[in-house]
Design a protein around this ligand. Sequence first.
Ligand code: G3H
Ligand code: 13P
Ligand code: ZN
Length: 314
Amino acid sequence: MIVTTTKLFELAYGKFAIGAYNINNLEQCMGLFRGNLDSQAPFIIQISKGARSYTHKLMLEALIRAANGVFSDAVFAVHLDHGDEKTCMDCIESDFYSSVMIDASHEPYAKNVEITRRIVQAAHGRGIVVEAELGQLGGVEEHVSVAEADAKLTDPDQAKDFVARTGCDSLACAIGTSHGAYKFSGSQGVRFDVLAEIQKRLPGYPLVMHGSSSVPQEEVARINAAGGKLRGAKGVDEDVFAQAAQLGVTKVNIDTDGRLVWTRVHREFFLQNPEKFDLRDPGKTFMTEYANFIAHKNHKLGSAGQLAAARAAA
Ligand code: G3H
Ligand code: 13P
Ligand code: ZN
């Protein structure tokens, strides 16, 4: 059942976080639905601009519609991840997406407000929920000073002003994480102090944590042992999700960790089976492994076991 993203946020707020997982293909789609049903969790499917253009923008939409029929017990929302204005408008007009993310965080503040407000007006007119971003995620290098690093984080006072001016329904905050497999070095980590200040100014308001992959070290070691070269990859400790949820994070974005599962399964498969060439062999292993991975994440997020409650609330 496809539900509005807001319903999932209302259910989760202050108690647990909803896993928001990016997909790009059939095998990820299958593993995603299986893993969420195995763990009895509501979830958010994320489609990025790159995922839409990987094949044709309608292909993932068709897969999800089919999965909604095949896995009829599933409760989920469909979300555009990191949209620009044009892509957001296209998704809003498609009437398929539950929510869109407008990412104008690289623009000056006034321009970010202006663009986000335009998307909110268009989306709300069609009952679609909007996530916006304030602050800048990104790799923080060891040599960057504390003041420089802090300047990229979401300013709590500005966050309050931004939500009031734009009317966006949830806010992606820069709290120290970054995208990809190389997030932290040294003593850096998630800035719970900043998150707590944002929650104080926006009580009850859903916050989103991007760049939340944990980059499991055993996964990295297996990839490297099978011919990969991922050096110094590091992510967010998945045991911090519960603390983040208490501080208002209702949506946790995870993509990279799923890519690592894919890479490990395929590298190991072809290393161990050099004579094989049927793509369905590693594909079957991947779907099972991806489902296990999703179920594991949902237990860490606290969304596991919340499926019945999500269905009742929808
Ligand atoms: O934050 C970005 C997501 O991981 C999506 O990545 O744009 O390569 O599909 P992508
Ligand atoms: P990761 O790269 O940490 O998986 O973050 C994904 C993300 O934020 C998608 O929007
Ligand atoms: Zn992101």
